[in-house]
Design a protein around this ligand. Structure first.
Ligand code: 9MG
Length: 331
């Protein structure tokens, strides 16, 4: 991939330009290659296809519009800790609530990935996540279930209970056996960029060019996944906002989101309630960061991001429906 950064410049009318990353809404009419605008229609066919063509459906969901992935953390700090059973029941109830609010995928995690979070032993992570997957399937939950894990044993156990995809914040760098589990199951895998581990990632992260370095790192992780037998069209990419990045790094990545469409793969983004939103807005607690989270989700939707990982499903869904209506994306 060249170092040129294709940034869409938004067209004046919905009829102009090409669809951005197969989306029914956002389009692009020009690309800015190293400061030299070029008409999108004049792109060579391969570049045009990477930037514009439809992405394969995700667990049966067409990716022609942004899909909401509801966050379901099954960790003791997420639910009042009345014991394993109470936590499981609360998690299942929360899953149903997220779906009722409009979540189209659930991302279930049993190990916190917050900055400073310690690693959870594999048996404990399995004990948190797998019964919730089993309970949701037993209750007839049909929404695709993603498992937020870095560990092959967790992925294997959750897939056996009916989970549909894996979200690995280490992009296959934590557990070398995870790639084989995903390849054998033939399920989608999100490769998220991170520097370091949740325990140490925010200790003064440094980049010369964060956008180029994240892009190159993701390219290398795609190679790793494909060499391990995972079909390229099963991959999603995520620049990993807040994972080994400071405020300026996060902003640079958010401004450059369209660049990542040049891989021709669906993009997933998680900004919900993250620290940079608090830093910029003064909202101290994660829950108070909902408005900022929704604002960035709208920006991402306009940049053609396919999956938005959010806590505040109802609020994000409402904001997206307004964006679509005002932009005329449903007409
Ligand atoms: C688990 N998790 C926490 N934040 C995330 C993000 O930004 N992206 C993905 N894919 N997973 C995340």
């Amino acid at each position: 991939m060249s170092r040129a950064v294709p940034l869409p410049l938004w067209p004046g009318s919905p009829e102009e330009g090409l669809p951005l990353a197969g989306q029914s809404g956002p389009r692009f009419s020009q690309l800015d290659h190293d400061g030299a605008p070029r008409a999108a229609t004049a792109l060579d066919p391969a570049t045009r296809a990477r930037l514009s063509a439809p992405r394969p459906p995700l667990c049966g969901l067409p990716l022609d519009r942004p899909r909401l992935m509801g966050i379901l953390n099954v960790t003791p700090d997420s639910f009042s800790d009345g014991g394993d059973h109470a936590t499981r029941e609360a998690a299942v109830a929360r899953a149903h609530a997220l779906v009722a609010q409009g979540a189209e995928i659930l991302d279930i995690g049993g190990e916190s990935t917050r900055p400073g979070a310690a690693e959870v032993p594999v048996a404990q992570e399995i004990a948190r996540v797998v019964p919730v997957v089993a309970a949701l399937r037993a209750a007839g939950m049909r929404v695709p279930l993603s498992i937020d894990t870095r560990k092959s044993a967790v992925a294997r156990a959750a897939l056996a209970e009916g989970a549909d995809m894996i979200n690995d914040v280490s992009a296959l760098s934590f557990d070398p056996e995870l790639a084989g589990v995903v390849a054998e199951a033939g399920v989608p895998l999100c490769l998220m960029h991170a520097r370091g581990t949740p325990a140490d990632m925010q200790r003064a992260p440094r980049y010369d060019d964060v956008v180029a370095q994240v892009r190159d790192a993701l390219a290398a992780r795609i190679e790793t996944a494909v060499s391990a037998g995972i079909a390229r069209e099963r991959l999603l990419l995520d620049p990993g906002i807040g994972f080994g990045k400071d405020l300026e790094h996060n902003l640079a990545l958010l401004r450059a989101l369209p660049l990542f469409h040049d891989f021709g793969l669906p993009l997933l983004l998680g900004v919900s309630r993250k620290r940079f939103i608090g830093t910029l807005s003064g909202a101290e607690t994660p829950k108070a960061r909902m408005p900022g989270s929704v604002a960035v989700a709208l920006l991402a939707a306009q940049q053609g991001v396919h999956v938005l990982r959010v806590h505040d499903v109802e609020e994000t869904r409402q904001a997206l429906s307004l964006l679509r209506a005002v932009m005329g994306w449903d007409e």
